[in-house]
Design a protein around this ligand. Sequence first.
Ligand SMILES: *Cc1c(COP(=O)(O)O)cnc(C)c1O
Length: 499
Amino acid sequence: MFRQAKWEEPLVFELSKPGRIGFTLPSPIEDIDIQIPQHLKRKNLELPELSEPEVVRHYTRLSQMNYGVDNGMYPLGSCTMKYNPKINEELANHPEVAFIHPYQDERTVQGALQIMWELEQWLKEIVGMDRFTLQPAAGANGEFTGVMIIRAYHLDRGETQRNEIIVPDSAHGTNPASAAMAGFKVVEIPSNEQGMVDIAALENAVSEKTAGIMLTNPNTLGIFEEDILEIAKIVHDAGGLLYYDGANLNGILGKARPGDMGFDVVHINLHKTFSTPHGGGGPGSGPVGVKKHLIDYLPVPLVEFDGKRYYLNYDLPKSIGKVKEFYGNFAVLVRALTYLKMMGRDGLREVGEVAVLNANYLAQKLKGTKGYELPHKELRKHEVVFSAEPMKRDTGVKTLDVAKRLLDFGLHAPTIYFPLIVHEALMIEPTETVTKEDLDAYVEALKQISKEAYTNPELVKSAPHNTTVRRLDDVLAAKRPIITWRMYKELKEKEEIDY
Ligand SMILES: *Cc1c(COP(=O)(O)O)cnc(C)c1O
């Protein structure tokens, strides 16, 4: 039996009233028979025979061995690991969303199209772009989409010599990777003393070969590129376009818009800024927004509304084509719109303000602690990058050891060794969803670890001591992950694992 959703009436989402989520549910679900061919039916089914308590206890134990945003602060810099409101899950798991099929007739998915169309209107307003595709599967897929659009734009204008994309040395690795995948030569430019784009280096780098520049603002140091208008002018005057990596949008949410800074293309990581679960590989969502002059190149289809009906528009002759099957990760889109409508305009502005306040509070409290130093400018946006270089030099304790030791305090480690321009980097992004108590506890733990490093470095170097598993062999874990109970049982019997 398979449950098929019926979509007689659209879901009603009222855009005008932030704080209220109005789902009007369509007619009930009907059960229909699906005939499975004999040859596809499994002959012997080997399932573990376990009682309910055994299963419940197994999964409860597993969940207790894990750590997630529902457990506590998860300050992975650049990842924006904020709390995921449970209302998001409730709506995304609703049968009308969970059982929708991409081949359903347009008339039967009016509510779904409305959700996508309304989400697009919110995103356009938030970043100052003219149209969006919701198709890309994540930020990196959005970047690829964006640079393919930039490529299509130049080729369409006959400017075939524009084969270079400029990327600063503080960029996320996906930026140069996406540009290279789209066939561009990557031109790296250095950051200046203050941790911002070096204007002179940029002026040197631009030429008639420049297709564009990829930037994130605030950048990966959590620093706002103050000269962004000048940067935009330099690139535009050279005939290039500006791509905005939206991973750090949380830092300027409700305050500044990439569209007003001169950017032509933007991706947004819905799973970061707009509170949908991520980590462990997805699913994410990386909508790409463009200014008017690039709409023609967007992937097909676009969601349109004629005042009465929503429909999918495939009539874009200059489109770069599809970048992902169907229409994007729909359940993530539902979560993001739920969050947006719940927060409303004022709520979103507050998100940006509190995220910035929290990062700076943490930075100021930790600053001056022996072993850690704060390179570049002091004032940060949503995240702060410390260097534990002095600690390594004085005691031999590395950033990796500090990160492992944090686990013993029941805390999640920050992002480490990124951005590459900071040695022994600790990249901390608390987000707006942590309390002052959480921030204080985190700083206290980092201060305690500093004391330990200078008095008993072995304790830190051999951490973690209190976790379910100790220091993992990352390479082996990636090469031979234990993903079934049978693999676990076999390894356990052979005593290859001790947990
Ligand atoms: C996360 C991130 C990306 C890539 O986004 P994914 O959604 O993980 O593919 C790109 N740039 C920056 C700065 C990021 O933090």
